[in-house]
Design a protein around this ligand. Structure first.
Ligand code: SOE
Length: 396
């Protein structure tokens, strides 16, 4: 039987959620809700997305919907995901899990209470060569990891006439670059290495401190607006550099930025082990660089036959047929639906699938970065997820 899905928040990413579920073939797109009935009707027509609901409450009341995809702006994540869980729906939420660490904790705790799937789209985990790197590290192929570094660089906010709700702390949370894209990098670094970031030292900066804000917010990557605009002071960072310490003793660093000409969606992760190194780039996702000290370096190209069994299922085309962003996104959505069909129990969760626990964990990491910077650039410990949950429960 097909599972029914409904989507709340039909912006840029919504089309990719719909594309992913359609490719599964086992999900029925029941309908969508937006900020008004008119906007939902318009998007439902454009995306061929079934019924247009007046609001998300009406969508949640529809028994035909089993799974809710929450693609609203960050400030609505908490409200919509909580209501969906309370209505007994499985939830697939965009990252970050919520606008603040406190909201993320609330969502995580609510998710722990039910037998419902709770997924956050840290979609870069869905690449076959990311899973390959993870398997190689877990199997000791590069020796103990000692240095973990990389970047997530974009340029779509370079022009001061480019504006997005992601720069408004009321809608996005206090952080822009770290919250929007640094969050992906940190999740990926922890997922691939299996190590946890325990402390951070962050330096944040706003390269474009005043922007021209058009009447309506731009979609990601849509460039400078041509609408008449008001000037607005920007408080969120658009670049950041962060030093990292991991629980296995590894050190690292990450740079993020949204105003760096030429960099489109340039996420890179390199892990240096004592015996070998691995490096992967999101914009060349079909290659994994394997570095050696005393023998030639190699490049593993995505070939299902060459992959670790745990990574093979994430590759769908034969070698030489490039797979990319939409395929990786689909892999995460496929894992989410596989989990739902297996009863959404902790023990039936596909290993690579990011949950609200990962979303909350990630918000603790980003929060520590903001606090480190606010303290003048001091090392700041990242709270342990379970420890901080236990403390709140005691307090609560
Ligand atoms: C915009 O920076 C954005 O669309 C992010 O919001 C996504 O999470 C990232 O995958 C690509 O860039």
């Amino acid at each position: 039987m097909k599972l029914g899905m409904g989507l709340v928040g039909p912006g840029f990413i919504a089309a990719h959620h719909l594309d992913a579920v359609r490719r599964l073939g086992t999900v029925e797109v029941v309908g969508i809700a937006g900020s008004s009935l008119e906007s939902a009707k318009k998007r439902a027509r454009e995306l061929n997305a079934g019924h247009a609901y007046a609001d998300y409450h009406e969508l949640l009341a529809d028994p035909a919907i089993d799974v809710v995809h929450n693609t609203t702006p960050n400030h609505l994540h908490r409200e919509v995901s909580l209501a969906a869980l309370r209505a007994g729906k499985h939830v697939i939420s965009d990252k970050p899990l919520a606008a603040t660490m406190e909201e993320a904790r609330e969502l995580y705790e609510a998710a722990c209470e039910g037998n419902l799937a709770h997924v956050v789209t840290f979609n870069y985990r869905g690449y076959p060569l990311v899973q390959q790197a993870r398997a190689m590290i877990a199997k000791g192929k590069i020796g103990p990891s000692v240095f973990v570094h990389g970047c997530y660089l974009q340029d779509w906010l370079t022009d001061e006439r480019a504006y997005t709700w992601r720069l408004d702390p009321k809608l996005a949370g206090a952080s822009s670059a770290l919250g929007d894209i640094g969050s992906h990098w940190c999740d990926l670094a922890e997922h691939v290495t299996g190590a946890r970031i325990t402390a951070v030292l962050a330096d944040l900066h706003t390269v474009v401190p005043v922007r021209e804000v058009p009447a309506s917010s731009a979609k990601a990557f849509s460039g400078a607006s041509k609408q008449p605009a008001k000037r607005r002071k920007i408080t969120s960072e658009d670049v950041a550099t962060v030093l990292l310490r991991f629980d296995n003793g590894a050190r690292g660093c990450v740079t993020v930025g949204q105003v760096l000409p030429g960099h489109k969606n340039d996420l890179r992760l390199e892990v240096n082990g004592r015996e070998a190194s691995l490096a992967w780039r999101q914009e060349q996702p079909n290659e994994l660089w394997i570095g050696h000290h005393a023998k030639p370096n190699t490049v593993l190209t995505r070939d299902p036959a060459q992959l670790d069994p745990s990574a093979r299922g994430y590759a769908h085309l034969p070698a030489g047929h490039p797979e990319a962003w939409a395929d990786a996104f689909r892999n995460i959505v496929a894992d989410a639906y596989a989990w739902i069909r297996r009863g959404a129990k902790p023990e039936t969760k596909p290993d690579a699938l990011p949950t609200f626990a990962d979303g909350y964990r990630n918000s603790l990491v980003v929060d520590a970065m903001l606090k480190s910077h606010a303290a003048g650039g001091r090392w700041h410990a990242v709270d342990d997820l379970l420890e901080s949950t236990r403390t709140t429960r005691k307090r609560g």
